[in-house]
Design a binder for this molecule. Structure first.
Ligand SMILES: [Zn+2]
Length: 192
C-alpha cells in the first residue's frame, strides 16, 4: 500500500478527520487522528501490518516489540506478516517493562512497532526496554509519523504515512477566530 491507500483506509474508518476539533488535551486542531478506529477492522489492521512488514523485512527481525496499548494490534499484525513473535511492554508504576514472562535473547533482532509516533518518546523507551532485556534492536516503525520528522533514533526508522497535526491553544485557534463550530471527536459521527 502506498501513502494514499493508507490514508484512504484512515479516512474511510473515521480514524483521520478534517474539520475543527477539541482534542482530549483541550487543544484545538484542524485534524483528528485515532488509529484505533482503523485498527478496529481486522482486515485493515492486517493490511497495515503487512505493509510495515514488507518495508522492514530486510532488517531481518526475529521479534516485534510494541508499547501497550497503542502498539499491540499493529505489532501483532506486523509479527504475523513477518512470521515472528510479537510481544509487548507495558507500564508498571509508570515504567515501561516486559512482563508476563516475555523474554528476549541475545540472538534476538528486535523491531519496535507502534501505531502513532508523536514525539518519539515511547518508541525510544521501548528501544531501551529491548536493550535492557538483552535484545539487539534492528529498527523501529510506526503506522503514522506525526513528529514532523523531528523524532530521531539510533536505529533505522520507517513510517507508512506522515501526518501533520497542527494544534492550537483555544484562544489562539484560527478556526475559532473564523467562527467555525468546534466538534469533540467521538461525541457524534463526523463525515470527513
Ligand atoms: Zn478552535
Amino acid at each position: 500500500m502506498d501513502q494514499t491507500t493508507v490514508l484512504s483506509l484512515f479516512k474511510e474508518s473515521g480514524a483521520l478527520l478534517e474539520g475543527h476539533f477539541k482534542l482530549s488535551s483541550g487543544l484545538h486542531s484542524s485534524k483528528y487522528l485515532q488509529c484505533a478506529l482503523v485498527l478496529q477492522h481486522p482486515k485493515s489492521a492486517e493490511q497495515l501490518g503487512k505493509t510495515l512488514a514488507d518495508a522492514l523485512r530486510d532488517l531481518r527481525p526475529t521479534v516485534v516489540l510494541s508499547p501497550a496499548l497503542g502498539g499491540l494490534i499493529i505489532g501483532h499484525e506486523a509479527g504475523r506478516a513477518l512470521g515472528v513473535r510479537a510481544i509487548f511492554a507495558e507500564r508498571q508504576e509508570g515504567v515501561l517493562t516486559l512482563r508476563r514472562g516475555f523474554m528476549l535473547a541475545e540472538t534476538d533482532r528486535v523491531l519496535v512497532v507502534e501505531d502513532v509516533l508523536t514525539t518519539g518518546g515511547s518508541t525510544r523507551e521501548t528501544i531501551q526496554v529491548a536493550r535492557a532485556a538483552g535484545g539487539h534492536v534492528v529498527g523501529a516503525a510506526a503506522i503514522v509519523d506525526r513528529s514532523g520528522g523531528d523524532a530521531r533514533f539510533d536505529v533505522p526508522f520507517d513510517a507508512l504515512v506522515d501526518v501533520d497535526l497542527p494544534t492550537y491553544e483555544p484562544d489562539a485557534c484560527p478556526l475559532c477566530a473564523r467562527g467555525e463550530p468546534v466538534a469533540k471527536p467521538g461525541s457524534r459521527p463526523v463525515v470527513a
